[in-house]
Design a protein around this ligand. Structure first.
Ligand code: NAP
Length: 305
C-alpha cells in the first residue's frame, strides 16, 4: 500500500522548506524530499546579510531554523531521490527508497545548480573566498581585490556591484566579446575599478584555508597569478529539470511557471530557482514557496468541490 501525502515537495532549499511550512501550517500532510543536504544552495554561504529582518546569519543556520519550523508544524523530511514520478496521474505517484508513494499535489522546488569552473581549488575554497553569489558575499570583501569570472549579464552586473564595495575587481572572461547587454558592457568598461582580462580562464584557485590568488591562463598559454581574496564565479546556472520533461513544460531548461507558480499540469507547482523568473534570490525563493503552498491548498479545496 502506497504512503499518501496531500503535498509532496521536491527539494528542501529555501523555496521547498517555506512551501512545507505554509502547507503544513494550513493543515496539509506534507512530505519534503531532498537528495542532498537540507537547506539547498545557501547552506554554503557563511554569512547571509540580505534576508529581510535578519541582520546576519549563516545560510546553514537560516535553513536549519526553517527546517525545524516546518517540522514543528508536521512536515516530514525524507532524504533520497523521488523516482518514477508520474506528475500527470491523479494522484501523483513516485517511488522513494524503493517504496511507493502518492500525493494529491506536487511542488517542484529542486533549485538550479551554479555552473562550476571545474578547476583545482574551486571546491575546497567554496565558502572561503570562492562564491557563486556576489550580492550575497560581496560585502565580506569590502576594500579588497577580487575577481569575477564570466561574460554574461550576471558576471557584468556582479562586477559593477562589486566595484562599489571592493577596491579592485578583475573581470576574467574566456573571450573578448560579452553576452551581456551593450549598456552594461559600456558601464563595465568605463568603470575605473574594474580591470577586464579577456581571453583568459582560471586554471587554479589557490590559498591555504582561504583564497589568496587565482592562476589564469590566456589563449597563448601564458600564465598570470592574480593576487585576490575572492573569486566570484558567474558562468551561468544549470537547471536540472530534464527528469520532469516531457510531462512538464520547460523553457531554457527552467520549469515554465510565472509568479503564480502554476505549471502546465494541474496540481503541480514550481517554486524558487527551478522556474522561469527574473530574480533568483533567497527572498524570492521564500516568496515562491508561500505562493506554491497556497496554490496547492486552493487546488485541493477546488477538487473537493
Ligand atoms: P550566461 O548568459 O549563460 O553567461 C555565462 C557566461 O559564462 C558566458 O559569458 C560564458 O562564456 C561563460 N562561461 C560559461 N562556462 C564557462 C566556463 N566553464 N569557464 C569560463 N567561462 C564560462 O549566464 P548568466 O550571466 O548567468 O545569465 C543567465 C541569463 O539570465 C541570461 O539570459 C542573462 O541575460 C539573464 N540575466 C539578465 C540580467 C539582466 O537583464 N540584468 C542579469 C542577469 C542575468 P561564453 O560567452 O564564452 O560562452
Amino acid at each position: 500500500m502506497a504512503q499518501h501525502y496531500q503535498t509532496a515537495i521536491i527539494g528542501a532549499g529555501m523555496a521547498g522548506l517555506t512551501a512545507a511550512l505554509y502547507a503544513a501550517r494550513s493543515g496539509l500532510s506534507v512530505l519534503v524530499i531532498e537528495n542532498k543536504m537540507a537547506g539547498g544552495q545557501i547552506v554554503t554561504s557563511p554569512e547571509v546579510e540580505n534576508y529581510p529582518g535578519i541582520v546576519q546569519i549563516s545560510g546553514f543556520d537560516l535553513t536549519e531554523v526553517l527546517r525545524k519550523q516546518a517540522e514543528t508544524f508536521g512536515a516530514v523530511l525524507a532524504s533520497g531521490e523521488a523516482e518514477e514520478l508520474d506528475l500527470a496521474a491523479t494522484p501523483k505517484t513516485f517511488r522513494l527508497g524503493g517504496e511507493a508513494y502518492t500525493a494529491d499535489t506536487v511542488i517542484l522546488a529542486n533549485g538550479a545548480e551554479h555552473r562550476k569552473l571545474g578547476c583545482p581549488g574551486e571546491g575546497e575554497l567554496t565558502g572561503r573566498g570562492v562564491s557563486y553569489c556576489a550580492t550575497c558575499d560581496g560585502a565580506f570583501f569590502r576594500g579588497k581585490e577580487v575577481c569575477i569570472v564570466g561574460g554574461g549579464n550576471t558576471a557584468l552586473d556582479d562586477a559593477l556591484y562589486l566595484a562599489r564595495i571592493c577596491q579592485k575587481v578583475y573581470l576574467v572572461h574566456r573571450r573578448e566579446e560579452f553576452r551581456a547587454s551593450a549598456v552594461t558592457v559600456d558601464r563595465v568598461l568605463k568603470n575605473e575599478r574594474i580591470s577586464f582580462i579577456p581571453n583568459s580562464q582560471v586554471k587554479e584557485i589557490r590559498g591555504e584555508g582561504k583564497v589568496s590568488s587565482a592562476l589564469l591562463v590566456n589563449r597563448d598559454g601564458k600564465e598570470t597569478e592574480l593576487s585576490v581574496e575572492a573569486v566570484f564565479i558567474a558562468v551561468g546556472l544549470k537547471p536540472e529539470n530534464e527528469v520532469f520533461a516531457p510531462q512538464i513544460l520547460l523553457e531554457d531548461g527552467y520549469i515554465k511557471a510565472g509568479e503564480d507558480c502554476l505549471t502546465n499540469l494541474p496540481g503541480v507547482f514550481a517554486a524558487g530557482d527551478t522556474r522561469t523568473k527574473l530574480l533568483r534570490q533567497l527572498v524570492t525563493a521564500a516568496a515562491d514557496g508561500a505562493v506554491a503552498a497556497v496554490q496547492a491548498e486552493t487546488y485541493l479545496r477546488e477538487q473537493k468541490g
